[in-house]
Design a protein around this ligand. Structure first.
Ligand SMILES: Cc1ncc(COP(=O)(O)O)c(C=O)c1O
Length: 435
C-alpha cells in the first residue's frame, strides 16, 4: 500500500492545515517502544510531547499491553448503566485511594472533552438539586483549553481557532489568567494576578456554579506554568463564596508536575477533578470525573423529585480502558514512576534555565516533566518556533510548537541518555533557527 497517497486521499487530520500538510513529508508511524516511535522507513523519533501529553509511562509497556490483551479475552465491553463490572470497580477503588482528599465518587467518560462536559453538567445540576438553580454560570481563565466540543470551547474561546463557530458558542465569563511569561506585575511574585479572579468571583458568586481551571499549567495556551499558590488561593475563595472548584487535571495529572496531581502541589482538594489522557497510561481513551460524596448524594431522588444524572456514554467505564488504567496505576506504584521522573525533570530544569539565556528566547520555564520557552517576536516568534520544530522532526525529535512557544513534554520514564539526546537535538535546532 502507498500509505502516503492513501492517507492524503482519506484522512482528515486534527489541528492540521490541509495545504501545508500535503506539502510535508510527514512521518507515518508503524510501531513504538519506550520513548521512541518508529516510522515505515525505519526512522526513529523521540516522543518529545508524549503523544499529545498522554503517554507518561512510555510506549508498549509490557504490563499495560498484557493487561489489555487479557481483558480483551475476558470481557471487551460492558455497560455501566444499571450494572457494573469487576475491572471498573477495582479501578474506582484505586483512584479513590490516590485522589487528593475525599474525591471518592467517580464518573467515567470517553475522553478529555467529554469528561469536562460531564463535570460541567454535574456542577450545574448540583445547584439545581439543592434548590439554587440561579447558580448556573461557569467562570474560566483566559487562554483556557478544556477540549473541542461546543460546551468546552465556550470555556476557552480563542478567536484564532473558534471564529467560524463564534455565533453558536455559549461563552463563559473569563478571568485574566496568570501568565508568568508576560507578568504585568513584578518579578517578585505575590500573586497580584489573582486579584482579577477575586474581583470577578466576588461580583458573580451568586450566579456562579463553578470555576474551572487547568491547575499549575495552562497547556494549550503555551505551557504557561504558574505558581500552585494561585490554585490554593482559588480553593479558599471558592469555599468562602460557595462556588464549586473544578480542576481539569487531564494534562497535568498522573505525575506530570512532579506530584501525582497538581492539586497535591497546591495542597488542596477540588470539588470536581477531571482526569484523562494518562489515566490509561495513554493506551486507550478514557476520562473520569472524581467528586465528593456531598456532590454525589445530591443526585439521589427525594420525595418523587427525580435528580438522576441523565448523562452517559456508550463506553463509560469500558473494561479494556479500565484494565489499561488499573495496569498504569500498578506501574506507577511498582516502578516508583514519580521517583523515576525526578531525573528527566532535573535535566529539563537545568537545560531550560540555560536556554533562557539564549538571545531571542523571551522566557524559559520547567516544572516536573513539562518545560517550555517562548521565542521573542524580534527573533522570529511563531515562524522561528515552526522552523525549530520542523528541523527537530528531521533529526528525529517530535515537538509541536504552540505559536511562538516550543516545549518538551517527554514521558516520565525517559532515561538519562535519551533525555540528554532529546535536549541535544532541541538545543541544536533552537540555536540554528535563532541565528
Ligand atoms: C487541560 C485539558 N483539558 C481537556 C483536554 C481535552 O482532552 P481530549 O483531547 O482528550 O478531548 C485537553 C487536551 O489537550 C487538555 O489539555
Amino acid at each position: 500500500m502507498n500509505y502516503r497517497e492513501t492517507d492524503l486521499q482519506h484522512l482528515w487530520h486534527p489541528y492540521t492545515g490541509i495545504d501545508e500538510f500535503e506539502l510535508t513529508d510527514f512521518p507515518i508511524i508503524q510501531s513504538a517502544t519506550g520513548v521512541r516511535l518508529l516510522d515505515i522507513t525505519g526512522k526513529k523519533y523521540f516522543d518529545g510531547i508524549s503523544s499529545w501529553w498522554c503517554v507518561n509511562l512510555g510506549h508498549s509497556h509490557p504490563h499495560i499491553v498484557n493487561s489489555i490483551a487479557q481483558q480483551a479475552v475476558r470481557l471487551q465491553h460492558c455497560i455501566t448503566g444499571g450494572m457494573s463490572h469487576t475491572v471498573v470497580i477495582k479501578l474506582s477503588e484505586m483512584l479513590s485511594e490516590i485522589a487528593p482528599g475525599k474525591l471518592n465518587r467517580i464518573y467515567y467518560a470517553s475522553d478529555g472533552a467529554s469528561g469536562v462536559e460531564a463535570a460541567l453538567r454535574i456542577a450545574i445540576q448540583y445547584w439545581w438539586n439543592i434548590g439554587q438553580p440561579e447558580k448556573k454560570n461557569v467562570i474560566s481563565l483566559s487562554g483556557a483549553y478544556h477540549g473541542d466540543t461546543l460546551g468546552t470551547v465556550g470555556l476557552g474561546f480563542l478567536q484564532r481557532f473558534h471564529k467560524p463557530i463564534e455565533h453558536v458558542v455559549n461563552r463563559s465569563v473569563q478571568a485574566p489568567a496568570p501568565h508568568c511569561f508576560h507578568c504585568q506585575f513584578s518579578d517578585n511574585c505575590s500573586l497580584q494576578c489573582f486579584n482579577a479572579m477575586e474581583d470577578i468571583l466576588r461580583e458573580k458568586a451568586g450566579t456562579t456554579a463553578a470555576v474551572i481551571i487547568e491547575p499549575v499549567c495552562q497547556g494549550a495556551a503555551g505551557i504557561r506554568i504558574y505558581p500552585p499558590g494561585y490554585v490554593t488561593r482559588l480553593r479558599e475563595l471558592c469555599t468562602e463564596l460557595d462556588v464549586l472548584l473544578i480542576l481539569d487535571e487531564i494534562a497535568v495529572g498522573f505525575g506530570r508536575t512532579g506530584a501525582m496531581f497538581a492539586s497535591d502541589l497546591a495542597e488542596i482538594q477540588a470539588d470536581l477533578m477531571i482526569v484523562g489522557k494518562s489515566l490509561t497510561g495513554g493506551y486507550l481513551p478514557m476520562s473520569a470525573v472524581l467528586t465528593t460524596s456531598e456532590v454525589f448524594d445530591s443526585f439521589r431522588s427525594v420525595n418523587s423529585r427525580d435528580r438522576t444524572f441523565y448523562h452517559g456514554h456508550t463506553f463509560s467505564g469500558n473494561p479494556l480502558a479500565a484494565a489499561a488504567a488499573v495496569a498504569a496505576l500498578e506501574v506507577f506504584d511498582n516502578e516508583d514512576v514519580l521517583e523515576q521522573s525526578r531525573l528527566p525533570a532535573a535535566l529539563l530544569k537545568s537545560a531550560f534555565s540555560e536556554f533562557g539565556a539564549i538571545p531571542g528566547v523571551h522566557r524559559s520555564t520547567a516544572l516536573g516533566c513539562m518545560s517550555s520557552l517562548e521565542i521573542s517576536a524580534e527573533a522570529g516568534g511563531r515562524d522561528a518556533a515552526a522552523r525549530t520544530a520542523a528541523m527537530a522532526l528531521d533529526l528525529g525529535l517530535i515537538i509541536r510548537p504552540l505559536g511562538p512557544v516550543i516545549y518538551l513534554w517527554p514521558p516520565l520514564v525517559t532515561g538519562k541518555s535519551d533525555m540528554e539526546e532529546m535536549l541535544g537535538i532541541f538545543s541544536d535546532c533552537l540555536k540554528t533557527c535563532l541565528d
